[in-house]
Design a protein around this ligand. Sequence first.
Ligand code: 3PG
Length: 213
Amino acid sequence: MTPQEASIRSRELCLLAPVIPVLVVDDASKAADLARALVKGGLPVLEVTLRTASALDVIREMATVAGGIVGAGTLLTPKDVENAKAAGATFGVSPGATDLLLDACEANELPLLPGIATSTEAMRLLERGYTVQKFFPAEANGGAPALKAIGAPLPQISFCPTGGVSLKNANDYLSLSNTLCVGGSWVAPASLVASGDWDGITALAAEAAKLPR
Ligand code: 3PG
């Protein structure tokens, strides 16, 4: 898969809903219910971070849920890419981007939403052909004003800001012309996942799905 093809797929995914839930799930037995709750609320694109021991099992479970599109986040190494793909992930997300990681995603046909924090990083990815990028960590890097300023001379790049984004500030990003959607964990709080409050998560997802773009 070329970077251009990956970017086309990333754009499609980012346009499916205003928010991509960023999921940190410890208990794979809760994965399918969690995915169903989010999809039911109107958020079909799900990023499962590879930050828990059970993350690959979580991806396997979520990949069976109708209407969901499951990707793997926190991709750091070629092995992560292979594992994620084998578990059923259909896209990847990374906090930054290295040549090794980009090579692996392209070779494994896994469309990647690669992370950037500076103009130089954005330009390097653009040179390689990635026109859809994740701005990370968004709030810590200056938030929506920073993304607007970084994007001004780079209008050919579209972004999914992630990191510190919430219902309160999501609109600041979504109203930018270079922002396709945002990523965030607020739609699946650990407490609601632990208690199995799926209706509560569907309600949070529905609220997020209504955010204007
Ligand atoms: C992360 O680092 O887990 C993601 O960027 C999500 O960040 P958030 O918890 O601030 O939404």
